[in-house]
Design a protein around this ligand. Sequence first.
Ligand code: DNO
Length: 394
Amino acid sequence: MELSFRWYGPKDPVSLSDIRQCNADFVVTSLHQIPYGEKWTDREIKKRINFINKQNSKNKIILKWNVVESIPVHNNIKLRDKNFKTLINNYKDSISNIAKNKIKTICYNFMPIVDWTRTQLDYRLPTDGLALRFNYLQIIIFEKFILKLNDIEKRYTPKQIKKAELLFKKMKSSDLRNLKIAVMGGLPASEKKYSIEGFKKMLKAYKNIRDTDLKENLIDFLREIIPVAEECNVKMALHPDDPPIPLFGVPRIVSNLEDYNYILNAYNSNANGITYCAGSLASNIDNDVYKIFQKFKNKINFIHLRNVKIEKDKKSFYESNHLSGDVDFVKIIKMIKKEEKRRSINKKINIPMRPDHGHSLLDDQTKKSINPGYTAIGRMMGLSELRGIIKSIN
Ligand code: DNO
């Protein structure tokens, strides 16, 4: 495996030197300053590579940018609306400019409106570490009391709504503020912080889009971009919906084995691959993460390893320690090693992997600014635990 760490660029409070101290050999990053939909120019990409190289020589380290995560897909592409053709052309140009600079793996997702979603960013664990959490009732609270939507009866049972109302009464105003921030763009890599009106406007734009429409739009997008990726030898890696369940009445189409099966068969190409994100997939109790790995192992271009613990209601979860959640990482790492061995015919193949999120631990908790989930110490612990498994399997 290529042991990697996500880095949010020069402004990330976790520096490249910190990342190297955590024992990662590669960085996964994106040009977050470029607005969604705009082209990544050769110049901007080179500038970032030069920055990394400069830090390498200054700190006497070697870190290589191996994966772009992500080139975000603009909502107009997902909706096939307005200027989507121009946006797709920009996307194609970005792929070839990235390839010119020798980065050959690109992660992306097709989640409508927002990227990943959590409802709480500081869930205190019995160890005193802080974790990210997704509480299903709080999503109902968000829809009913923050967005004030009037169609929630269509997707939630009266019992669920009742429970959400009871929980709402117990929440402090700071909890509500945090919920609002978390869902409407407070997580790293989100495009922007939505206003309530802005969020509702997006919901309206997706109102008549069914699952099948969104799937069609994704396949049309793949028909355009995959030939470009093939030509420049880039592997695309579609990240699953996080969490893999429908939210806000809007469709989600990259959530389970059947979805991936459909998408990968609709455009069969080595360039059309997936990001195997153990934590995202495992946060829907119906997903068998081992079966999904086994089924698509030859399409896995990038791996995120993080663990979750599903809660009593079977829909909520929190991010657990890497070794103490619902996913058996010894089993998964054995599967990855086996797949790497299968691919290593003429030369050793290592699939890029990052430990994904970590808890907020020790000094992480006193830092002024952190990207939720992307702490230094928490992720260092995650990577260390994974390295222990890798070593013992070797
Ligand atoms: C959360 C991440 C997501 C993911 C993108 C991929 O931490 O896993 O932000 O990177 O959705 O495009």
